[in-house]
Design a binder for this molecule. Structure first.
Ligand code: AMP
Length: 112
């Protein structure tokens, strides 16, 4: 298994964890692009947003239910941005679905 996020999910690769339950895990991004930058991933391998479907969409809604709690746990108090990059033009570098939560400061109004 050469997926870095699958290996984080099973604890084979260490991460600076913010939140974990049986379905998802959240950890600080290694290369933060905001004062607070955390990632949320499903433990099950889903390669990107293109792979979201009727069978796995409960997992995606679970991620979004947990995002406010994860943001609070990471110390974000004044709003945040949630981003998922998908595919080549989306500049997705890790091919395991993940949501970036960015905050802890006023973010750029530009999104691309
Ligand atoms: P993306 O470009 O949307 O695929 O984002 C992948 C993100 O994963 C980047 O922001 C990387 O800094 C981050 N990343 C890659 N490997 C690790 C790791 N082992 N621990 C934490 N963050 C990572």
């Amino acid at each position: 298994m050469d997926c870095v996020f699958c290996n984080i999910a099973i604890g084979k690769i260490p991460s600076n964890k913010v939140y974990e339950d049986d379905k998802i895990i959240s950890f600080y991004d290694l290369n933060p692009q905001a004062k607070v930058h955390v990632l949320v991933i499903p433990k099950t391998h889903i390669s990107c947003a293109d792979e979201i479907n009727e069978e796995n969409c409960d997992l995606i809604s679970h991620i979004f239910v947990k995002i406010p709690e994860i943001a609070r746990l990471a110390g974000i108090t004044n709003g945040y941005r949630v981003i998922t990059n998908c595919g080549e033009d989306g500049c997705q570098s890790v091919k395991h679905l993940h949501y970036h939560i960015l905050g802890g400061e006023k973010l750029s109004e530009r999104m691309a």
